[in-house]
Write a protein that binds this ligand. Structure first.
Ligand code: EPU
Length: 365
């Protein structure tokens, strides 16, 4: 058993945003037994629990977390089944996601190559149903192994029971189920899934008509490196806001607002962009575009700054921002966007250690 409890551990260095206060209590879990003992310690002490993975999708409050933070470092990449067509790969919750993609591509297994260079661990990827360039983790999950805190035992959830949606799952804001591992279904004879404009453009420029699996990984890594800040150099939590998935009626309302508040060229851009991103059952409008036309690139509060190259990303300049700076910037952005477009932006990262009153204050429109 590994129960090495630490106190007042700074969470700053364990998140890609590099901000926020300490964990009152902190423990590392390397396996199911560690998870169990950590959870029962917290229950006995009556303190709340927060499970930390790669820390790439979090805003930790400046006061920090008042309970026990369990950092999940459950390792393991194991083939459960292999035949001519597919591989069932079991991945521990604590494995760095990009290591999984790298391994799969090196072995010739298709399915997750479009999700190259996403920071975070397998556990976090599952919790938020992470995705990129038309692939979501949900599309390759066979089942997820979890620890059910309520009944005190491990269980398996098949993909259909995980309630995966756009950047969401059953495991989000859910203290009952802690992820131990996931089993992914990868294909040996896959085909490229290249529908996104950035990826199409990359291969057109390189004159590659039938990209190989490793070509695709190389392309995605290159596109992301050009667009997204490296968290070691500039703190961020990746995309800070969700994209807009609108019904035809919501789209009409947006178009009316854009027509009223912007020029004809912007309206034409909106009409063009509405068909660029294939999503079933919704009209997808990139939040980056909304922020761009609202003139929010480079907007700041203290050292919290909207990234110029991709305004959906909020950054922590010189590691000098507080969580309060970030959230006040969020408030400013949401208010500007709401006034100009009628859209209520939703955030993607999880908030840790904030009180409900505080959250309501930041989110008031
Ligand atoms: N755009 C602008 N102005 C800009 C930048 C972008 O108008 O300054 C418009 C462009 O039309 C561009 C579009 O926004 O084509 C979309 O931008 P991009 O392709 O960079 O992707 P995104 O929609 O902003 C989403 C995910 C990313 C994922 C990429 C690629 C969300 C919230 N974000 O971003 O995921 O990597 O698509 O598929 O769904 C993350 O979740 O942390 C994340 C990085």
């Amino acid at each position: 058993m590994n129960f090495n409890l630490e106190e007042n551990v700074p969470l700053k260095n364990l998140t890609t945003f590099h901000l926020g206060g300490p964990a009152r209590y902190f423990v590392v879990a390397e396996n199911l037994e560690d998870l169990k003992s950590s959870v029962s310690w917290a229950k006995e002490k009556e303190v709340p629990v927060f499970v930390l993975g790669g820390g790439s999708n979090l805003v930790v409050s400046d006061i920090g977390f008042p309970g026990l933070v369990i950092q999940v470092k459950i390792a393991g990449l194991e083939i459960l089944h292999e035949d001519e067509e597919q591989v069932l790969l079991k991945v521990g919750a604590g494995v760095r996601w990009d290591e999984v993609v790298d391994h799969a591509v090196a072995c010739g297994w298709w399915g997750i190559e479009n999700m190259s260079l996403i920071y975070g661990t397998l556990g976090g990827i599952i919790v938020q149903n992470a995705g990129a360039y038309g692939t979501e983790i949900a599309s390759v999950v066979n089942h997820v192994e979890i620890y059910d805190r309520e009944v005190g035992e491990a269980k398996e959830f098949f993909a259909d029971d995980c309630h995966f949606g756009y950047r969401s799952s059953l495991f989000q804001n859910n203290e009952r189920y802690l992820i131990i591992a996931a089993v992914l279904e990868l294909k040996k004879n896959g085909t490229p899934n290249i529908k996104y404009p950035d990826v199409i453009k990359y291969f057109a420029e390189k004159n590659i008509t039938v990209p190989s699996l490793s070509d695709i990984r190389t392309a995605i890594v290159s596109i992301r490196q050009n667009k997204l800040p490296d968290p070691e150099v500039l703190g961020s939590a990746g995309s800070f806001f969700k994209n807009l998935l609108l019904t035809p009626e919501e789209y009409q309302n947006l178009k009316e607002k854009i027509t009223a508040n912007f020029n004809a060229e912007t309206v034409a851009q909106l009409e063009g962009i509405k068909n660029k991103f294939p999503v079933v059952g919704a009209i997808k409008i990139p939040t980056a575009w909304i922020l761009d036309v609202c003139g929010l690139k480079g907007e700041r509060v203290g050292a919290a700054v909207v990234y110029e190259k991709q305004p959906i990303i909020l950054t922590n300049q010189d590691n000098a921002a507080t969580a309060d700076d970030i959230m006040n910037l969020v408030k400013k952005i949401r208010q500007t966007v709401f006034a100009k477009t009628g859209v209520k932006l939703e955030m993607e990262p999880e908030l840790v250690g904030f009180g409900q009153k505080e959250i309501d204050g930041y989110f008031r429109l």
